[in-house]
Design a protein around this ligand. Structure first.
Ligand SMILES: Nc1nc2c(ncn2[C@@H]2O[C@H](COP(=O)(O)OP(=O)(O)OP(=O)(O)O)[C@@H](O)[C@H]2O)c(=O)[nH]1
Ligand SMILES: [Mg+2]
Ligand SMILES: [Zn+2]
Ligand SMILES: [Zn+2]
Length: 420
């Protein structure tokens, strides 16, 4: 059999846009001029046909057709996306109005920015998947805060938003409610209900090592559980390409939704049991296999982190024997702290072995077998809130447990290392 060609990741001319997941040929992109005067001149000099296309209600802003479409807005309607900065729809790197060089690069399909160094580093898009109510939104909200603060300090990194929309979305939809108002987040709207939810939050995570640095583009894509119910629905919403092009998949499992655990645990306001997670993971496997045209014997090269959420509910003192069989006791490896400031492989391997065995027992052997179809996979247990909320108000505050673990692991996976 002929050897497969090595993936062209280093200095490759294609880039996966973390916003629209389009494959971008870096020789064929759009630009934006930072001089607002160019927009005014451009708008003034348009012929009648183009004036209808590009003139907005504001004489200082042109209509961004591509970005409007990406955000589900009609470019010819009453509220298209507009911009003060003239868009150059060719890859010359020269503004067609002021004739000066331009440096702000845009994805030609969705007009979101292409960062410096995209050629070298590419983007690492991590998708979070899991059924309804598993805790995706709370996990993302707390994880972003941890990555920005404690994680960045610990690993000598800086995390910054890629666009103002990311800053705004995180603040308005997550941070304010959770950290300032101390209230639980609402269920995520499905794609059909809100096209804006289609846009992931994009961050640049820059690590400093001596004189050099390395940047990862992180895309957090908060899906609504009901959009992941069936393969058909995922395909229809184009989620299949989001998933297949990811650099890492974080698959969340809610212990309380697992019948074996749900029937044995004693707690107030127990949620109902949920979908069969083994089937859901196998749907994801099938989507990736189909999308990447993989043979049955080929392992999937996207790393998979299986993450048990709401671990706080499993860390209490057991009330009876039945309960003690599903709780993490004092001897659990989850109680062993990871070594700070480095990738503590031993600690993660210990936890992974324990949770894998737990999942095999509580869910099924079929589940752990399906996870093995991913060449690199590891198990984790996290808690975003640190305690079980009783009402909508988080009276006990937010004290996250191990939320950053899956990311430390993902960032150190072989498939990501190869990109360096
Ligand atoms: N005990 C505990 N409960 C949690 C935690 N995180 C979330 N929850 C509970 O789980 C519920 C659902 O969490 P969400 O983050 O909204 O779940 P989701 O997966 O985003 O749900 P959809 O958007 O509807 O798909 C919350 O309302 C909380 O009651 C946690 O860390 N610990
Ligand atoms: Mg949600
Ligand atoms: Zn794009
Ligand atoms: Zn210009």
């Amino acid at each position: 059999m002929a050897k497969k060609p090595e993936p062209q990741t280093h200095h490759s001319a294609t880039y996966t846009c973390p916003f629209c997941f389009g494959s971008v040929d870096l020789k064929n992109i759009h630009y934006q001029c930072t001089n607002p005067a160019c927009t005014k001149i451009f708008l003034r000099e348009l012929d009648e046909k183009n004036a209808r296309k590009y003139r907005s209600k504001n004489i200082e802003e042109e209509i961004d057709i591509e970005n409007s479409i990406f955000l589900g807005k009609d470019p010819a309607g009453s509220a298209p996306v507009t911009t003060r900065y003239h868009i150059i729809r060719n890859s010359s790197g020269i503004c067609d109005i002021c004739n000066k060089p331009v440096y702000k690069r845009l994805c030609p399909s969705c007009h979101n920015p292409i960062p410096q160094g995209a050629e070298d580093e590419g983007s690492s898009v991590f998708v979070l998947l899991g059924p309804k109510g598993v805790g995706k939104s709370h996990y993302i909200a707390v994880l972003i805060d941890q990555l920005k603060n404690s994680f960045s300090k610990e690993f000598n990194a800086i995390m910054s938003s890629a666009t103002d929309r990311t800053t705004l979305k995180y603040r308005e939809m997550y941070y304010k409610r959770l950290y300032e108002e101390g209230r639980k987040l609402a269920p995520t709207l499905s794609f059909e209900e809100s096209k804006e939810s289609r846009e992931p939050m994009i961050y640049y995570l820059k690590f400093f090592k001596g004189d050099s640095s390395r940047v990862y583009t992180l895309a957090f894509f908060d899906t609504a559980g009901e959009d992941l119910d069936s393969t058909g629905k995922m395909m229809g919403l184009n989620l299949n390409s989001f998933i297949s092009r990811a650099s890492g998949i974080v698959f969340l499992v809610d212990p309380l939704q697992i019948p074996y655990i749900n029937t044995r645990i004693r707690m107030d306001n127990k949620p109902p049991t949920g979908v069969n997670v083994a089937n859901m993971l196998s749907d994801i496997v099938n989507i990736i296999r189909t999308n990447k045209s993989l043979k049955m014997k080929d392992q999937i090269t996207i790393p998979l982190a299986v993450v048990l959420t709401k671990a706080d509910v499993l860390m209490k003192a057991p009330e009876n024997d039945e309960e003690s069989s599903i709780l993490f006791g004092l001897n659990s490896s989850l109680n062993i702290e990871r070594e700070r400031g480095k990738y503590d492989k031993t600690n993660f391997e210990q936890i992974s072995a324990e949770i894998e065995e737990y999942m095999r027992r509580a869910v099924s052997t079929a589940f752990t077998q399906t996870a093995k179809e991913f060449k690199e996979h590891s198990y984790f247990a996290v808690s975003a809130l640190g305690s079980n909320p009783t009402g909508n108000v988080l009276t006990r505050g937010i004290s996250p447990m191990r939320v950053e673990d899956p990311f430390i692991w993902l960032l150190n996976c072989e498939s990501l290392e190869e990109k360096k």
